[in-house]
Ligand binder design. Structure first.
Ligand code: FES
Length: 334
């Protein structure tokens, strides 16, 4: 659990850059109507990218206003996720993975390099070039130990590091060179170093082992076919009974009361029923359903009828359309 504080010195205001604003509009429009607050995480991320890698309080207020969200709610999200920096960071922010695989492979040495060259975690180096922090697994354990470095080039992974290569990497960045991401040893991505050590049998690739499987190993045994001892008469009656049972289990669907057109005053806004969108509303109109009271009166068979036409597989029941329509009809709303 990390302790997260806002920076002591804060700018008075914040505004998204032109590029940032474009992205903000994209994210706000991406979520369904009424769910715009879901854009809070992407907006915080864009604000961070727009503000030298950290989020000032003013940005949280701007986001809160844009999403009609209490400022404290935005702040709760920003302080919860450690990917959001709440204090200024260096030009190159180094995130050292300290989780078990990286720790066992020497992330402690990388942390020592950061401490000696930059200072304590969270501090910014005197030249403003670097800051660092320890983070949990970044999902590149196969190339442990590794760091992520965020700067104007992006958020890039540097892998298979050691004390010497970490120092060399910091030298490259300090000198303004573009540092090549990826493994810092002689290996291609996550392939083994040196010669290939596994799956070396050529027969794996020349087709000679491609005999079809007769059976799948460990597959459950097929159940033995049961020998029926029922008398012939009983056998004859069985299909009839099964058909009758089927008929009881699934009653035929009934056509509900449909209308050629909406009543005077126009149709109700069926989209107010949760689960009905503009497309479904259009289909309901085509079927002859325009008003809440029509849906409110649907019987089980009529629900099935509508369900079959909408190819819904039970959604009308699951979303409680009838109960919703009853309530809306009672309110007399449009
Ligand atoms: S443990 Fe370091 S990347 Fe997974």
């Amino acid at each position: 659990m990390s302790s997260r504080h806002l920076a002591k010195e804060q700018p008075d205001s914040f505004a998204f850059s032109r590029q940032g604003e474009k992205k903000v509009k994209y994210w706000i429009a991406k979520y369904p109507k009424g769910k715009q607050r879901s854009a809070v995480i992407p907006m915080l991320w864009i604000a961070q990218k727009d503000h030298d890698g950290w989020i000032p309080e003013a940005a949280m207020r701007v986001i809160g206003d844009r999403l009609d969200m209490a400022y404290i709610r935005v702040m709760e999200v920003a302080t919860f996720y450690t990917m959001f920096n709440l204090e200024p960071v260096g030009k190159h922010l180094i995130q050292v993975c300290g989780t078990t695989p990286c720790m066992l492979r020497g992330s402690g040495d990388l942390i020592k390099v950061c401490q000696s060259r930059i200072g304590s975690a969270g501090s910014v180096s005197a030249d403003g070039n670097f800051s660092w922090m320890e983070v949990e697994c970044l999902g590149a354990c196969v190339n442990a130990p590794m760091v992520q470095i965020s700067n104007s080039d992006g958020d890039l992974y540097y892998e298979d590091l050691g004390e010497t290569s970490m120092n060399a990497l910091l030298d490259e960045l300090a000198s303004g060179k573009a540092a090549m991401p990826g493994p810092r040893v002689t290996r291609d991505h996550s392939a083994p170093q040196g010669d290939v050590l596994t799956l070396v049998d050529k027969a794996l690739y020349d087709g000679s082992r491609g005999k079809p499987l007769k059976s799948i190993p460990n597959a459950p045994a097929k159940p033995k076919a049961k020998t029926s001892k029922k008398p012939a008469a009983a056998k004859k009656a069985a299909p009839k009974r099964a058909a009758a049972k089927k008929a009881v289990a699934k009653p035929a669907s009934d056509k509900p009361r449909l209308m050629k057109k909406a009543r005077k005053g126009g149709p109700d806004d069926l989209k107010r029923i949760s689960g009905v969108g503009p497309k479904i509303e259009g289909i309901l109109h085509e079927l002859g359903v325009f008003h809440y009271d029509q849906i409110a009166g649907w019987t089980k068979g009529q629900v099935d009828w509508a369900d079959e036409r909408l190819k819904f597989k039970g959604r009308i029941v699951r979303e409680k359309w009838v109960a919703q329509a009853k309530k809306l009809a009672k309110e007399g709303g449009k």
